[in-house]
Design a protein around this ligand. Structure first.
Ligand code: V47
Length: 390
């Protein structure tokens, strides 16, 4: 059992008592954590919770991002990825191009396709259904984590189907779960500035609720480090916690640090490592009903993501391959990592790499065709059950 940390900020004493007793933290506790400069105590507490749940294990997966189009009518100020139809750099993949990218992903050992894109003004809902159906037919073994709540809301509008029927149509053709994007900050004041024409925060939560009711699990995100206040971050996290109490449908929470380059918010300073680690830890402490907290290395940088594995995160995302959304916004991280590189990062943080599928089942590569480009390290033996080191 871990011993207590030295707490240099006395405001954290009562919060530490609650965390160690397994009690739920309040909004006021969340604000006190944000107000405190005592990052090491906050991190220690988050690590305590993280190790109680997951021991020394760090999850990762081998995945492939596919962004079918960057054409988008939403014009969110926060985004550097979306383009008008005729703008320089606008693209929309044909279905054949999508099959090709997916086949590349499979040859690299992907167990998941992470599919999100712009809100294209002309593509019909059937295009997306054909894409999912075609991917499922060609690659039935690969989990399809597709379309944010914002895309679901948009498809419902263009298809004139209810949210429920839109989700059912997606599920029927092969969508297995939904990614967590588009949540940004739920508060309407912030949304009006950073993503005025996007699905409201309330609607995002309603769509997630409906997805969960239909048996589709999803992730959740929070985009931080732009114009939002600490109160608005805490409110966002507690709204997610409230919905999770109701549906238990969220798998993983992913804090996303805002990258300002090439966006309509380029006056915002770049995220700091201090804020990244603090936000990761506070998420772990407030979201007591989420199983997993992910340090998305693409956005955090591999260095900060690795440290985050000791500040509450138990998952580091995947090999990714061809990330566009952050790189259009000036991210300087690589666009993909090999399995061996990911495992090295995890081991160097003193954690045990655990290759998972999207649903956090162990992946046993000895039962899969070899992935020629995966470049595994030789000593990693996938496990089917975990022994927790608490
Ligand atoms: O929804 C857009 C964010 C999200 C910028 O579910 C930006 O496993 C920073 O949701 N700076 C997409 N962020 C990424 C996402 C995600 C990533 C990894 C894993 C999962 C998952 C989900 O990226 C968008 C938006 O919130 N974003 N522009 C930007 N300039």
């Amino acid at each position: 059992m871990n011993t207590q940390p030295h707490i240099s900020d006395p405001r954290l004493e009562p919060i530490a008592q609650k965390v160690l007793a397994g009690e739920r933290l309040s909004a006021a506790d969340g604000l006190a954590l944000y107000a405190s400069p005592d990052l090491l105590t906050i991190g220690w507490l988050a690590n305590h919770v993280r190790e109680k749940r997951h021991g020394n294990v760090c999850y990762f997966n081998v995945n492939r991002h596919i962004n079918p189009t960057n054409v988008c009518g939403a014009h969110c100020k926060l985004c550097a990825f979306g383009r008008d139809k005729n703008a320089t750099g606008a693209y929309t993949y044909s279905l054949d191009e999508i099959w090709h990218r997916a086949a590349q992903g499979v040859s690299e050992g992907a167990t998941e396709f992470h599919i999100v894109g712009g809100l294209h003004p002309d593509l019909p809902f059937d295009f997306y259904l054909d894409m999912i159906r075609g991917l499922k037919q060609r690659f039935p073994q690969v989990h399809l984590k597709a379309f944010t709540m914002v895309e679901v809301g948009f498809y419902s509008r263009i298809s004139k189907l209810s949210i429920r029927d839109t989700l059912l149509a997606m599920k029927n053709v092969g969508v297995d779960s939904l990614p967590g994007g588009g949540a940004e900050i739920f508060n309407p004041r912030v949304r009006k500035i950073i993503c005025d024409h996007k699905t409201s925060g309330r609607m995002w939560l309603d769509i997630a609720r409906t997805a969960h009711q239909l048996g589709l699990r999803s992730n959740a995100t929070m985009l931080y480090g732009h114009i939002e206040t600490a109160e608005e971050r805490v409110e966002h996290l507690l709204l997610l916690r409230e919905l999770q109490d109701e549906t238990k449908g969220f798998q993983t929470f992913i804090p996303l640090a805002f990258h300002p380059d090439n966006t309509g918010l380029d006056f915002c300073p770049k995220p700091t490592g201090f804020d990244d680690l603090k936000t990761m830890a506070i998420a772990r402490l407030l979201l007591d009903n989420f199983d997993h907290i992910k340090a998305y290395w693409i956005m955090l940088t591999p260095r900060i993501a690795q440290i985050a594995l000791r500040f509450g995160a138990d998952d580091i995302d995947g090999t990714v391959i061809e990330e566009k959304i952050y790189h259009d916004a000036g991210a300087t991280t690589p666009q993909h990592m090999t399995l061996a590189e990911l495992e090295r990062l995890i081991r160097a943080a003193g954690r045990i790499p655990f290759e998972r599928d999207t649903m956090y089942n162990a992946v046993d590569r000895s039962k899969m065709p070899p992935a020629p480009n995966a470049n595994r390290t030789s000593d990693f033996i996938p496990q089917t059950s975990l022994s927790l080191n608490v």
